[in-house]
Design a protein around this ligand. Structure first.
Ligand code: PLP
Length: 390
């Protein structure tokens, strides 16, 4: 596994971590009839009313540039959407920037607050792009494992005079877990004590099973230091629309829009128009999508747990299963490669999400329940073949 080092003419070195998720995804294409459970890109169709709105937007000439911060009607819909779920109001004119997906928001947010030499704390296992985004700003990631004891103490120790921010992702890709409220309160306290920003990546907030989701934003005094990131991608199965957003203090929102002018000017106009309608009518679509994921994850877990080598926890959020395979005595990478070769099933090795993920596998429940159960049966058979049927 080698990273990529990009050297430009100004001798800037950007040391990018390899994208193992993409690597396995590409490798899987070489096999026939693969059940691909790698990317977080579900097969669920974008809801019909959003598609109709997209077509209408195209017919109505919404095919132009928009303001760098996005269309006013979408920013108003975002302001309402965030207010409804958190009770926190962001000003549509000055505190919201529409971006090219959450990825756009995360990068612009990082660029706004990180200077070369700064540090950002990342909780591992983590979505791998965070590390590369920090490095693309010339800053340094400082990793704290979520799988060890005394996490809060470790975050406290990780703070240095160079730390500018902590990034959190709850519900999490890859673990599918929601950070407990008391942990959010402790992280908020650390941020306040040390004058840090918190980037809160909440792209999975609507996909929670039988629980209420609360944002770190809801903690007293956190609006001032939180950069909230969300997108249409997972909530409405609109990954290809590339519409996301960030809500932040006025200065940061302003700077992010200025930066965006020089990167992609704005998010796609007709996709923005459809996103406004999606947010204004979000409840039914979100409930339906969440129910589909709950059924998929529950069925997959039940089937996987038929293996004596696995103890897959019940999912609480997202559409990811992240589970321990150490009883099989295979490394995460070997497990993945052997499974792909022998059963044509593509999963992601846990170490794609940092060192803490070694010994784990991530499955994205992005196919129908029927296909997922078939894949789970094959995974159980594969483990039996490799390890013996005890
Ligand atoms: N944040 C997390 C945690 C993700 O898992 C992903 C995509 O998988 C993103 C952000 C990017 O989302 P978007 O498609 O809106 O750019």
């Amino acid at each position: 596994m080698k990273g990529i080092v990009i050297m430009n003419t100004t001798r800037n070195m950007i040391n990018l971590n390899p994208q193992l998720v993409r690597e396995i995804y590409e490798e899987a294409k070489k096999y026939d009839g693969v059940l691909d459970l790698t990317l977080g890109d579900p097969d669920i169709k974008t809801p019909e009313f959003i598609i109709r709105e997209t077509i209408a937007a195209l017919e109505n000439n919404k095919t132009k540039y928009t303001a760098n911060s996005g269309m006013a009607e979408l920013r108003r819909a975002i302001s309402e959407d965030v207010y409804k779920r958190t009770g926190i109001r962001y000003d549509a004119d000055s505190e919201i920037t529409v971006t090219a997906g959450a990825m756009g928001a995360l990068f612009l947010a990082s660029r706004c607050i990180l200077a070369p030499g700064d540090e950002m704390i990342i909780l591992e296992p983590n979505w791998p792009n965070y590390v590369n985004m920090v490095r693309m700003c010339g800053a340094k990631e400082v990793i704290v494992s979520l799988f060890e004891d005394n996490i809060i103490e470790k975050i406290r120790t990780a703070v240095s005079d160079k730390t500018r921010a902590i990034i959190i992702n709850s519900p999490s890709n890859p673990t599918g877990l929601v950070l407990p409220w008391d942990m959010l309160c402790e992280i908020a306290a650390i941020a306040k004590e040390n004058d840090l920003y918190v980037i809160s990546d909440e792209v999975y907030h609507s996909i929670v099973f039988d629980m209420e989701y609360k944002s770190i934003l809801e903690i007293e005094g956190m609006k001032e230091r939180t950069i909230l990131v969300d997108s249409m991608s997972k909530r409405f199965s609109m990954t290809g629309y590339r519409v996301g957003f960030m809500c932040a203090q006025r200065e940061i929102a302003y700077l992010s829009a200025q930066l965006q002018e020089n990167v992609n000017s704005c998010a796609c106009m007709f996709a923005q128009a459809a996103s406004a309608i999606a947010l204004e009518n979000c409840e039914q679509a979100q409930t339906e999508i969440t129910e589909i994921f709950k059924d998929r994850c529950t069925s997959m877990v039940a089937e996987l747990n038929k293996s004596p080598y696995l103890d897959v926890p019940s999912p609480t959020a997202t559409f990811y299963l992240f589970f321990d395979i150490t009883k099989t005595k295979m490394s995460s990478y070997d497990f993945t490669v052997k499974l792909l070769r022998s059963k044509h099933i593509a999963v992601v090795p846990g170490n794609a999400f940092g060192r803490t993920g070694e010994g784990y596998i991530r499955i994205a429940c992005t196919l129908s329940t029927e296909k997922l159960v078939a894949a789970a049966k094959q995974i159980v058979a594969f483990i039996n073949e490799e390890c013996g049927n005890n």
